[in-house]
Design a protein around this ligand. Structure first.
Ligand SMILES: NC(=O)c1ccc[n+]([C@@H]2O[C@H](COP(=O)([O-])OP(=O)(O)OC[C@H]3O[C@@H](n4cnc5c(N)ncnc54)[C@H](O)[C@@H]3O)[C@@H](O)[C@H]2O)c1
Length: 257
């Protein structure tokens, strides 16, 4: 308990899946958490955290909107007075064969997964720098480390998050501002996002069967598996890590069994 006590954390995409679990774990460990999402049910997640004694508030937020980022960070400056942890988690998966993808679909993928992360870092850095320190955690994917059929737009967006993370890390190090930035690369995690990856599939999509086939540890991951990695990178326990890519995938990208 208390691994991020007294810190203020902003988690995007916190209404569901990995973002929700991350917000809950950070609050449990003592952070005051601002949850944001396009889905209003983020309010219920924040209420649940408060009910269990944690500090949390929800703000409706589309991460692709620069204006919304500016007003949310200004609100944190006014209400909490500081920002120590930023978890850029919100994301969507636009699936489709390359010759069938429209430019509009491609741009929508980049707007949420890439612009959203850029805007989050850009608008949060000045407030984080006021305290001379902080930790930024960007949720990339194993899809940011290698290609996949039917997921070219998603893989491109997650590859961009991987290298943007390293650029943020180096730029902050050059400025000696005490801010670290790392990426997490989840494998097959049980969340609603899989409904987007296999749209309208005739056969029910079976993440357990896919995990049994592709994951050396022979199981799918759960949101808590990623939230625990977020907690470590957000906390001072990882104070000598920056620009790192932490893969949490049950061994999937290491080799086949
Ligand atoms: N589940 C997996 O297997 C997996 C694997 C690798 C990476 N990821 C990444 O993890 C992150 C979280 O995804 P998840 O699996 O928990 O899925 P999820 O669908 O449960 O959660 C994503 C959340 O982001 C929110 N969101 C979507 N567009 C938004 C926008 N424009 N502004 C603000 N919020 C928005 C959604 O409303 C949702 O609550 C994503 O970046 C995803 O790409 C997931």
């Amino acid at each position: 308990m208390g691994r991020v006590a007294g810190k203020v954390a902003l988690v995007t995409g916190a209404a569901s899946g990995i973002g929700r679990a991350s917000a809950e774990v950070l609050a449990r460990e003592g952070a005051s958490v601002i949850l944001t999402d396009v889905q209003a049910m983020g309010e219920d997640v924040a209420a649940g955290i408060r009910k269990s004694g944690g500090k949390a508030r929800f703000v409706a937020h589309d991460v692709s909107s620069e204006g919304e980022w500016t007003s949310i960070v200004a609100g944190i400056a006014k209400t909490e007075g500081r920002l120590d942890i930023l978890v850029n988690n919100a994301g969507i998966a636009v699936a489709g064969l390359i010759h069938e993808l429209t430019l509009e679909q491609w741009r929508h993928q980049m707007a949420v997964n890439v612009d959203g992360v850029f805007l989050g870092v850009k608008t949060s850095l000045p407030l984080m720098r006021k305290n001379r320190g902080g930790s930024i955690v960007n949720i990339s994917s194993v899809a940011g480390l290698r290609g996949a059929a039917n997921l070219s737009a998603y893989c491109t967006s997650k590859g961009a998050v991987r290298l943007f993370t390293k650029s943020v890390a180096i730029e902050c190090a050059v400025m000696q501002d005490g801010i670290r930035c790392n990426s997490i690369h989840p494998g097959l995690i049980e969340t609603p996002i899989w409904g987007q990856v296999v749209p309208g599939a005739n056969e029910p999509f079976d993440l357990d069967a896919m995990s049994a086939l592709r994951v050396p540890l022979r199981r799918k991951g759960m949101p808590a598996d990623i939230a625990n990695a977020v907690l470590f990178l957000a906390s001072d326990e990882s104070s000598y890590m920056t620009g790192e890519e932490m893969v949490v995938d049950g061994g999937m990208t290491v080799g086949s069994t």
